[in-house]
Design a protein around this ligand. Sequence first.
Ligand code: PLP
Length: 298
Amino acid sequence: MERPILLFVLVHLNNQIVPREQARVDPFDRGFLMGDGVYEGLRAFDGRIVAMDYHVERLRDGLKALSIDYDAERMVPLTDRLLEANGLRDAFVYWQISRGAPGPGKQVRTRVPDGEMTPTVFGFASPACSLKEARTLQGRAAVTVQDPRWKLGQIKSISLLGSVLCAMQADDADADDAIIVNNGLVAEGTASNVAIAIDGPRGTRIVTPSLESTPILAGVTRRLLLEAMPEIENRPVRVEELMSAREVMVTGSLTMVTAITVLNGRPVGDGRPGPIAKRMLDTLLDVIHQEHAARSGA
Ligand SMILES: Cc1ncc(COP(=O)(O)O)c(C=O)c1O
């Protein structure tokens, strides 16, 4: 899966655009010490963010869950500024808002934050492929791993240790990613949601794990696809359904729609990206095109 690389030169830190080398965070920042913060991962095509309003909504929900007082809407102009400063139009954009560091005379590392803090806001942008290049459907290998993560999967927490361990387990198994399973139910990828195509008496059905079935992130890409393809069933997905699926897909802002062609060392279907994955990718690209066209016309 396409992953951001450190080609960027200018980052955003607390309302300033600075070279990475000059960006300094207080070591007592609760994001650094305790993973006390949330993040967003955005995708820009031709200078425009895909479904920015959904990302703002999710960030707002996350900040509220953590009682961090920061206006999620600020991500919109800050993103434009960051992209412009780096001269990027096709990019991955990362924002992280941590609770901040306790002020002088305050206690550090207390579980309950000691007094008001100014949130630390950090962002970077790194180059990613264009919309045209994104048309190519990719196939990847995955392995199933047991979910070691916490129960609040809807919060896009910067504490990614569980996810890191899952990804390392996949890497050890020579796979590109992990499909995380929880109590016999399919959850998600380490940075993506999952959908499967299964054969039934009434033809092929597409199913994605519901948000209530097991703790997973409400992915923006998943949401766009569910809106554009009402035929996708949104319900608990059993591991046996995953293992016998005709096609397996992962979806995400960077991942777009990627086919999982090898699962636990065995080919999925004929071992090549299939028609459902292609249909989902094409639908997503259409949604992005339409959003761009609507905004250009506005
Ligand atoms: C755990 C997890 N699930 C799903 C997703 C996909 O979310 P989105 O489509 O908003 O990028 C991500 C993205 O980083 C993620 O980390």
